[in-house]
Design a binder for this molecule. Structure first.
Ligand SMILES: CC(C)(COP(=O)(O)OP(=O)(O)OC[C@H]1O[C@@H](n2cnc3c(N)ncnc32)[C@H](O)[C@@H]1OP(=O)(O)O)[C@@H](O)C(=O)NCCC(=O)NCCS
Length: 183
């Protein structure tokens, strides 16, 4: 029902439990591409798993915590962006994202994250938005950079994946910095 245009043929919409079948089909196209880079709990193998993820975010949203949004390109769910968490009391949020391979390289995630930052800083009055990624996730770091975020630090050997512990980058942007980039 609610839809934010990103392009003539692409839009950002709430991703909700009733999308479970569409989300499961999308995960079949995205799973191996995103597996090394996202939290293990986001990688599910069937419809029940996909529905559980959507339910988890619905519950977080009900508590004014996380929120999940899908990106539709030419009518197909191809990825999304999320508030991993929102802490209104402290003025903080963390943003995340993913895409299936066919939707990479179009700028959709940068534009979608920009819409989340606009809502976080303009509507919700938050002060700080964070971004966390594996240090070798060049495409994710590039999104953080395009959003005007600052690399604040690296947590060494934080992220276990396939028997290797990877460094994690912590990026963030503050509300006044974001307003300056938009001015
Ligand atoms: C991280 C991820 C979402 C980034 O996707 P992406 O397509 O590189 O990011 P965007 O949608 O912002 O697109 C940026 C690309 O589109 C290009 N582009 C085209 N039009 C653009 C526009 N109008 N605005 C911005 N970029 C545009 C950019 O030049 C860039 O391409 P390049 O990297 O080849 O230079 C994707 O690589 C992914 O899903 N990876 C696996 C999961 C993952 O890592 N998730 C994040 C966990 S922290």
């Amino acid at each position: 029902m609610f839809s934010l245009p990103l392009r003539d043929n692409a839009s950002l919409r709430p991703l909700e439990i009733w999308h479970a079948e569409e989300f499961a089909a999308h995960l079949d196209r995205a799973r191996e591409h995103i597996r090394p880079w996202v939290g293990a709990g986001f990688i599910t193998d069937d419809l029940d798993g996909a529905r559980a993820t959507l339910r988890r975010y619905a519950e977080r949203q009900a508590a004014d915590g996380g929120r999940l949004y899908g990106i539709w390109l030419d009518g197909t769910l191809v990825g999304g962006v999320m508030f991993v968490d929102v802490n209104a009391a402290l003025g903080l949020c963390e943003i995340g994202c993913w895409l299936e391979p066919a939707a990479e390289g179009l700028g959709l995630v940068t534009d979608a994250c920009d819409a989340l930052l606009d809502w976080a800083f303009t509507v919700r009055g938050l002060h700080r938005a964070e971004w966390r990624c594996r240090a070798d996730n060049d495409r994710s770091s590039a999104v953080a950079q395009r959003l005007g975020m600052t690399l604040e630090g690296v947590q060494r050997e934080y992220w276990p994946c396939d028997g290797i512990r990877h460094d994690k980058e912590n990026w963030a942007i503050l509300a006044p910095e974001w307003r300056l980039t938009r001015a």
